[in-house]
Design a protein around this ligand. Structure first.
Ligand code: CTP
Length: 398
């Protein structure tokens, strides 16, 4: 996602500086051209050589170093970066940037920067809470810099409180949101459902299915990275909620129905990837059912079809996309669902095809619309999510 992007990492003097080696490495793996600038204080915590090995680029520490490989490096780096992350940002560097002080390689590169600049303060909790530091953060935010709030936890100084640098993967997600994708869904509201519902039999047992939620979570994340305002209504899964997405957890088909209905009204796009139970027990026992006879029956009743209900109340201009999981006659059955539920598109997958279906990291989707169908080859669920969103945009309905 970062191929062809130039990411500048500015590292100031804080113990969390060591974590930036991981950030640099993760960015390189995503294809980015990573350039690291360290303050003199940062070099006490981790060496410039570490970053040079990881990034294959010169690590800058001194504005006046005459051996540098760029013309006026601080201006070149500042103006050509696609994203600039300053992490850890010490109280000192916050104060300097907030007041326009440019007296080293890092601060002189921030001033000419035209790209999104993300600042992740990290320090002792008492320093973090100091009103001067807080004022500087507010001031920087008012100038358009994005402040990444520190996490709470046990700090190197043995205090517990706010001041921890967020996990490396979170910092990378901020960068991906800033410059990883074209913002072609900016201003659009998207509702996504994901995962399996659980229908209780008694306080111990439930009926569910094999859905892990990976496909729906991928759609939600990709839509977020493309600038959409995303709400994700999810059955219980083991996957972490995507960052920058309004995630609502539900259990049963009824819970999902209620949640979807309360959010569906003003959505531009709805993607229903959840594997909703079609039937639930007619009654849920209050106490654990004891085993008695050699066989037992559970009477089931139909759940409400959420997607069908959405199709019935679809607003003009709203795009409704369902999913269809089949084991035979995939196209015919999915087309029938498209018609019956008044959908604009249905993403069909056949559980019996290698690389498709539940739990895996790949899928093989056929995107079916009223007037055509597009067969996608096997690809990662994130790529498939992207292609599905492309197809929705290409339809030009929104
Ligand atoms: N769906 C729903 N509410 C239900 C059942 C299904 O919203 N009670 C949605 C799913 O989220 C999916 C689509 O309907 O987007 C198709 O689900 P699928 O299980 O493939 O088909 P069903 O319509 O349930 O039909 P069948 O199980 O007979 O194949």
């Amino acid at each position: 996602m970062l191929t062809g992007k130039r990411i500048v990492l500015g590292i100031s003097g804080g113990i969390a500086a060591y974590k930036m080696a991981n950030v640099a490495s993760m960015l390189v793996k995503l294809g980015a051209d990573v350039h690291v600038i360290m303050t003199e204080a940062a070099t006490h915590f981790i060496t410039p050589e570490t970053f040079e090995v990881l990034t294959k680029n010169r690590c800058y520490t001194d504005t006046f170093d005459r051996g540098m490989d760029m013309h006026v490096p601080h201006v070149t780096l500042g103006t050509t970066a696609d994203c600039f992350l300053i992490a850890p940002a010490s109280a000192d560097i916050l104060g300097k940037i907030a007041n326009g002080i440019a007296d080293d390689m890092l601060t002189t590169t921030v001033l000419p920067a035209k790209c999104p600049v993300l600042i992740a303060p990290s320090m002792n909790v008492h320093m973090y809470e100091n009103p001067i530091v807080q004022d500087n953060m507010r001031k920087l935010a008012s100038y358009g810099y994005e402040i990444i709030e520190a996490d709470c936890g046990f700090l190197a100084c043995r205090d517990t409180g706010k001041g921890k640098l967020p996990p490396e993967k979170d910092l990378v997600e901020y960068i991906l949101r800033a410059c990883g994708k074209t913002k072609d869904l900016q201003g659009k509201k998207i509702l996504v459902t994901a995962g399996a519902t659980k229908e209780a039999i008694d306080p111990v047992r439930y009926i569910t299915n094999h859905s892990t939620g990976k496909m729906g979570y991928a759609v939600a994340r990709m839509a977020m990275l493309r600038g959409a305002d995303v709400t994700l209504i999810s059955g219980e899964t083991t996957i972490d909620a995507p960052m920058f997405v309004n995630t609502i957890r539900v259990k049963s088909a009824k819970d999902m129905f209620d949640a979807v209905m309360s959010y569906s009204e003003n959505q531009d796009i709805i993607v229903k990837a959840a594997a909703v139970a079609d039937y639930r027990p007619v009654s849920t026992a209050d106490e654990k059912i004891k085993k008695n006879d050699s066989t037992m029956n559970i009477e089931l009743e139909k759940t409400d079809d959420i997607l069908k209900a959405l199709g019935e109340r679809k607003k003009a201009g709203q795009f409704l996309c369902g999913f269809s999981m089949e084991t035979e006659n995939m196209i015919e059955n999915s087309r029938a669902k498209l018609e019956k539920k008044n959908l604009d598109m249905i993403a069909a997958n056949n559980l019996k095809v290698a690389g498709a279906g539940f739990a895996g990291d790949t899928n093989v989707l056929t995107l079916i619309t009223k007037d055509g169908q597009c067969e996608l080859p096997m690809m990662s669920k994130e790529e498939a999510a992207d292609r599905l969103l492309d197809e929705i945009l290409n339809r030009g309905v929104i």
